[in-house]
Design a protein around this ligand. Structure first.
Ligand code: ADP
Ligand code: MG
Length: 362
């Protein structure tokens, strides 16, 4: 029996961009699927197809047991969606927006009021609760949008990059609310660019790139495939990089990547702190001076390097993108600026098509 969210062979093209190129998904009821991928991978397109906002060119989707293409209106009644872009009524206050959502879903007025107050508090919006939401900053609107999606708990929920632009405290609040919903039986598909987040929240992870699923599994399976942790070394002298690379190769479980510019070497390892100590001793014994060394968990980039042999390219002109935990450790994964996402009708980056053409040799 298919899960609460099921898709088979979803294809969606925009001109010559194949945003979705045959995506299959199956999310068992009451679980969380993390759809992980860089900017431009097709995450939003997948969410929009599954939530009836876009019609796929081909393929099949069933959500909450209802055929998405045949009965879109019924699907809409069974799902909740938090978009990547804020969708609140700007003339209403934050509180009114949330109460209105509750009432739309036939919540008794008292309960809608209580739930609104609770969410305003959890997303640090209490002080601004009674101002029209058009006076909110980008980050506040983002939080209000999330809160609006969480007023009721529909059987199936979709959240598109819910934590993009959230500060750590609000991210934590969101994670808690999500966990409550899921323990109440909600099935959730959430998209993210952060492996750490998928790791934290999702039972299963699906990695997509160029509209295709390139890996799927539990976070542990994915990490095993990705080769666990990384040792990262910044070599002091540029002319010792080659020597240091040879040493790291002896400890590594995969290829060592070298960034000549920052003199940073990265290699996947197993063995944790003990191995790190051995690496340090060996570098020291060979007289290789280091500026920095550390052990870190794999990032989305590491997943991409090990799955595809290349980093996830940024689409368009987005700035560098960190992991949140250690932005310096992550090379640009392609991300949007943290705050103030583009308006919903923003046209895609002009070079969006180029990226796909460039990559067709893969
Ligand atoms: N409405 C659209 N018109 C043209 N191209 C689009 C449109 N929406 C998305 N795309 C393109 O489809 C690809 C996937 O986009 P999207 O699903 O938004 O990726 P993600 O959410 O993973 O960042 C990108 O190349 C993007 O530029
Ligand atoms: Mg998106």
């Amino acid at each position: 029996m298919p899960g609460a969210i099921y898709a088979e062979g979803l294809v969606k093209t925009f001109g010559d961009v194949r945003a979705l190129d045959g995506v299959d998904l199956d999310v068992p009821e009451g679980t969380v699927l993390g759809l992980l991928g860089p900017n431009g991978a097709g995450k939003t397109t997948a969410v929009r197809c599954l939530t009836t906002l876009l019609t796929p060119d081909s393929g099949r989707a069933v959500v909450a047991g209802i055929d998405v293409l045949k009965h879109p209106n019924e699907v809409r009644r069974s799902i909740g969606l938090s978009g990547q872009f804020a969708a609140v009524d700007e003339y209403l206050t934050g509180r009114e927006n949330l109460q209105m959502v509750g009432q739309l879903y036939q919540m008794p007025a008292r309960q809608a009021k209580a739930r609104a107050a609770e969410l305003l508090d959890r997303f640090s919006l209490s002080d601004a609760a009674d101002r029209p939401s058009k006076t909110y900053s980008g980050g506040m609107r983002r939080r209000l949008d999330l809160a609006a999606a969480l007023v009721v708990s529909p059987p199936v929920m979709f959240m598109d990059e819910p934590t993009t632009g959230l500060d750590p405290r609000n991210r934590q609040a969101l994670w808690e609310v999500i966990q409550e919903l899921v323990s109440g039986g909600t099935t959730l598909l959430l998209t993210t660019q952060y492996l750490e987040e998928a790791d934290h929240l999702a039972h299963d992870i699906c990695v997509i790139d160029h509209g295709r699923v390139i890996a799927r599994g539990t976070s542990d399976q994915l990490k095993a495939q990705t080769g666990g942790e990384r040792v990262e070394v910044v070599v002091h002298d540029r002319d010792r990089i080659a020597a240091a690379t040879r040493i790291l190769a002896g400890f590594g479980k995969g290829e060592t990547t070298v960034d000549q510019h920052t003199r940073k070497l990265t290699v996947p390892v197993t063995g944790g702190a003990k191995l790190l100590a051995e690496v340090i001793r060996e570098l020291d014994a060979r007289g290789i001076e280091i500026d920095d060394i550390g052990l870190r968990r794999p990032t989305l980039d590491d997943v991409f390097i090990s799955l595809t042999g290349h980093v996830a390219e940024a689409e368009g002109t987005n700035g560098a993108n960190g992991t949140g935990a250690d932005p310096a450790a992550a090379p640009a994964a392609g991300g949007r600026p943290a705050a103030d996402p583009a308006p919903p009708d923003a046209s895609p980056a002009p070079d969006a098509g180029d990226r796909h053409r460039k990559e067709t040799g893969r």
